[in-house]
Design a binder for this molecule. Structure first.
Ligand code: NAP
Length: 305
């Protein structure tokens, strides 16, 4: 099969190559998925799991990409709940070969059915950004209707999902980002927008939940805005500053079939829009994943036309 591989951490995405690899075999509880579309997070090159297996052994050349939408072609021993020919989407294991390839071996529990009226490109854009937003807001942030959310990077892949899901849940959403992100953040549902390069973050006042996708100084200043009993949720590593009277939580997104179902249901009925930028073929994926201009949204690789 065709696959994108990386071998050199220092080279980052520039070190990606399109190669021929053997098709994967299904282990116990796996399915094999013929991938139609694949999603990629640019920071994958910094994750240890891109380079080693769980025992810390070098696993290069490794196939990056952890989001997929496709069709099940084979079941491993003991696999239940999915069938051959079924459309699926989901989140691949961090430590196994990923989804920038024509096929992937993946545990069935990491997948959910993809309804027939949802395009594979849309399906592949949802798992990481959708699940991260869902888990950060509702599991870790315990968001309630009527509360306020400071959604950093509100025009980004995760931020657009955070904004929409928080607003649907009845929260007041303050989005942040660069000056040029204002219109997009408001279009995805933020009630107001703070330009982090020109506005004073402190003018936002106290909030119940900070959803941090940036870290560093922005995170430290945001911690001071968390109300008593509120939460600073970070997806970019442990909080460097903690709210005085609140919680600080950092987490890594996990696959969850029921939550994937909630997310795709909202996409089908128009409550949730994805933030897709460039769509490229697998043959052109190396160039697409090394853009010369700022990305307009999430890059999706359409593996099969
Ligand atoms: N823990 C987890 O489970 C998890 C899951 C998903 C993602 N992540 C991480 O979360 C981060 C965001 O992911 P994403 O996919 O949403 O990325 P993204 O699509 O690039 O969105 C991030 C947004 O924040 C903006 N931004 C970054 N730094 C900024 C700053 N200093 N001032 C103003 N705006 C700033 C970015 O603008 P620019 O593009 O101009 O920088 C972009 O619009 C990444 O580091 C990713 O690795 C973690």
């Amino acid at each position: 099969m065709k696959a994108i591989v990386v071998t050199d951490q220092a080279a980052g995405t520039a070190g990606m190559r399109l190669v021929e690899r053997p098709e994967p075999q299904a282990s116990i509880n796996d399915v094999i998925v013929r991938i139609h579309a694949s999603g990629f997070v640019p920071t994958e090159m910094e994750w240890p799991s891109t380079w080693t297996d769980r025992a810390g052994r070098d696993k290069t050349p490794s196939i990056p990409g952890h989001e997929l939408a496709g069709v099940v072609t084979a079941l491993g021993y003991g696999t239940t709940g999915l069938s051959v020919g079924q459309r699926v989407f989901g989140l691949a294991d961090w430590h196994r070969d990923g989804t920038l390839a024509e096929y992937v071996a993946i545990e069935a529990r990491n997948l959910a059915p993809l309804p027939g009226d949802v395009d594979f490109t849309v399906g592949a854009s949802l798992p990481i950004s959708g699940l991260t937003a869902w888990q950060g807001l509702f599991q870790h942030g315990r968001l309630q209707s009527g509360q306020s959310v400071l959604a950093h990077g509100a025009a980004g892949a995760v931020g657009t999902m955070v904004t929409q899901l928080a607003r649907e849940a009845g929260a007041y959403v303050v989005g942040t980002g660069r000056a040029g992100d204002r219109e997009k953040a408001l279009d995805f549902g933020a009630h107001e927008f703070v330009d982090l390069e020109n506005d004073a973050l402190e003018d936002v006042g106290d909030v119940d939940l900070v959803f941090d996708v940036i870290g560093g100084d922005v995170q430290k200043r945001s911690a001071a805005l968390v109300k008593t009993g509120g939460t600073l949720v970070s997806i970019v590593g442990p909080a460097e500053a903690r709210p005085a009277e609140g919680l600080a939580v950092d987490f890594v997104v996990e696959a969850d079939r029921a939550e994937l179902g909630e997310i795709v249901r909202r996409v089908r009925d128009g409550r949730l829009r994805t933030n897709i930028g460039d769509v490229s073929t697998l043959d052109d994926a190396v160039a697409a994943l090394n853009p010369t201009e700022r990305r307009k949204g999430k890059t999706v690789i359409r593996v099969r036309p």
